[in-house]
Ligand binder design. Structure first.
Ligand SMILES: [Zn+2]
Length: 580
């Protein structure tokens, strides 16, 4: 279907040139290199006649500088350690006895967590994970520190964050930042540490030291617009900040976005919708600060005119031959698959719901379509969740040699297919009826994990009540997109609010509250193993989240019914394609 095929010889030299320039820039937001990268992006776009500009956003940054782990009684024992963005800053170090939590990755009941809290109080905990919710529990339990042993065998140390706040915080969020130092060590050193821990009869005293710089900086956010015939636009985005030189995370994504700008600029005269491309700062050391700033500052324009957000993170990785798609669920499966099929000859390996991460800051913005391409190797040997599953993800080794230009070209072509459709076709590739079905299934799965007193049936009933109106609306939209598509968009956006968020449009869930119906996920527990206090909190959470979901679904149903009734009155009869 591409109305104009992308030309390798035209685009890839520019892409490759950008990669080679970015390969020398350590683009942590707030640094001079990051600002150079933003200026470079704008100058490349301007050189080719595009009207690129820089937005300026103030972000709260937490830069991990040094991490150290030493053993008081074993001065010759050494290991390399890295601290985490938003860990506590403890340059003087903290000393305490080590405690190994062998079940850190297993589910625990509320009573087990209470027992655990007594064990970790006053200790430096060794664990096989360092996720934000675990760090929050350690903070609350007054643990002294955390040593996270990385789960796969690579020796390289990965950068990460323990920041619980999505984007830049508000005053009340301040209390949530971790109060304990966190470091990560590699698996080999972790095993050495555990061996000594098990051999030592008394307490094994450790010194944990972290140095971080927390600061506010104005960061550049490059933007380019390619206008279409209407006010509607697609938002294509990629974070340009990186850990170290981050060539596959995310210089490749930035270069892919530049290629899209150059390719679609040539057809701007024929575009029905515009293409807006944003390169976010603050993904790494401000926990999606750039995209959140954009959502906060352009709420109205996004809500009124943006019809899709496509996020590009880490395409073009060596060995990443398999394509996976993360999508909200509202997208027409054929639309997502056909682009991959057309380029690779095969459908994507799978299509899964979007996870919590990747600058998905727009659940409250009213955008109906959200998706992202991901890729993985045939065989995954590292725990890396990014850079196409490569062990070099978030390390100093994410260098130019980890790029596969043929794979990057594959990924460029897939995005051209998607964008061609979205920028040219009047009808959006929405399948809201199918989305409702997926939401019902996810609700049912969640119900299996909850105590029966947390009855999700009221939500299910309201989802079911939307089924017929959604089908009717889909048919009306197919016949008259200019009349009905806006309402279908609102329905999809409302379902996203229910399925992907637990708060209002002006706030963000904590960085670790993911999964379908994130506000209800927290109720998954055996109440017989839950204290009275926690049970009370869960009942309150249940009532509020149930009623929020029901109210959102009821309101959109009423809106649809009202508009359809008004259309009947206008035409003096029932809207024809809604009668079937
Ligand atoms: Zn990334």
């Amino acid at each position: 279907m591409p109305s104009l095929a992308p030309v390798y010889q035209q685009l890839m030299p520019i892409v490759d040139d950008l990669l080679q320039q970015f390969a020398h820039l350590h683009r942590l937001s707030g640094s001079e290199d990051a600002e150079r990268a933003a200026a470079l992006l704008v100058s490349v776009l301007q050189k080719y006649g595009l009207n690129a500009r820089l937005e300026q956003c103030p972000l709260l940054l937490s830069d991990p500088l040094e991490g150290g782990l030493a053993l008081a009684d074993f001065p010759d024992w050494h290991c390399a350690a890295k601290t985490r963005s938003f860990s506590a800053h403890c340059p003087q170090g903290r000393r305490a006895a080590l405690f190994y939590d062998p079940l850190s990755t297993s589910a625990r009941s509320d009573r087990q967590w209470q027992q655990w809290a007594l064990q970790v109080k006053g200790k430096i905990v060794i664990a096989d994970q360092g996720f934000e919710d675990y760090v929050q529990r350690l903070s609350a339990a007054q643990a002294v520190g955390l040593v996270h042993i990385w789960g796969s065998a690579e020796s390289a140390l990965h950068e990460e964050t323990v920041g619980p706040i999505w984007g830049t915080p508000t005053p009340d969020d301040r209390l949530r930042y971790p109060t304990l130092p966190v470091v990560s060590i590699n698996q080999h050193d972790g095993q050495r540490l555990l061996e000594l821990y098990r051999q030592t009869s008394g307490p094994l005293l450790a010194d944990l030291r972290t140095v971080l710089q927390q600061h506010v900086r104005i960061c550049s956010l490059p933007i380019v617009d390619i206008a279409g015939d209407s006010d509607e636009f697609v938002l294509l985005s990629s974070h340009y900040d990186s850990w170290h030189q981050g060539v596959t995370d995310n210089a490749t994504g930035n270069a892919l976005c530049v290629a899209m700008a150059l390719h679609f600029q040539q057809q701007s005269a024929t575009l029905r919708r515009g293409l807006r491309i944003a390169w976010w700062p603050g993904h790494s050391n401000a926990r999606y600060g750039g995209s959140t700033w954009y959502a906060d500052n352009y709420r109205q324009v996004l809500g009124e005119h943006c019809i899709a957000h496509i996020n590009v993170d880490s395409p073009g990785c060596r060995d990443a031959v398999q394509v996976v798609i993360n999508a909200s669920g509202a997208e027409l499966t054929d639309f997502l698959q056909q682009a991959v099929q057309a380029v690779t000859g095969q459908p994507p390996l799978r299509i899964t719901p979007l996870g919590k991460g990747g600058d998905q800051s727009f659940w409250g913005s009213g955008i109906p379509l959200h998706f992202a391409l991901r890729e993985i190797p045939l065989e995954k040997t590292s725990d890396s969740p990014g850079s196409g599953g490569g062990w070099w993800w978030h390390t100093r080794d994410d260098s130019y040699d980890k790029v596969d230009l043929a794979i990057l070209w594959r990924d460029c072509q897939i995005h051209v297919h998607w964008l061609d459709h979205l920028l040219h076709q009047p009808l959006l590739p929405l399948n809201v009826a199918d989305y409702l079905q997926k939401m019902l299934l996810a609700l049912n799965t969640l119900q299996q994990r909850l105590d029966p007193c947390f009855d999700l049936q009221p939500i299910a009933a309201r989802l079911l009540a939307l089924r017929q109106p959604a089908q009717a609306l889909t048919q009306l939209t197919a016949a008259q997109p200019e009349r009905w598509q806006a309402l279908l968009i609102r329905l999809a956006a409302e379902l996203h609010r229910v399925g992907y968020s637990s708060t209002d449009d002006f706030h963000y869930d904590l960085s670790y509250h993911g999964g379908a119906y994130p506000g209800l996920q927290q109720l998954a527990a055996d109440l017989r193993q839950t204290s009275e206090e926690t049970t009370l909190m869960m009942i309150t959470q249940y009532r509020r989240q149930r009623d929020r979901a029901c109210s959102l679904l009821q309101n959109i149903l009423a809106d649809i019914q009202r508009e359809m009734a008004a259309a009947e009155l206008d035409s003096g009869c029932k809207p024809s394609s809604a009668t079937t």
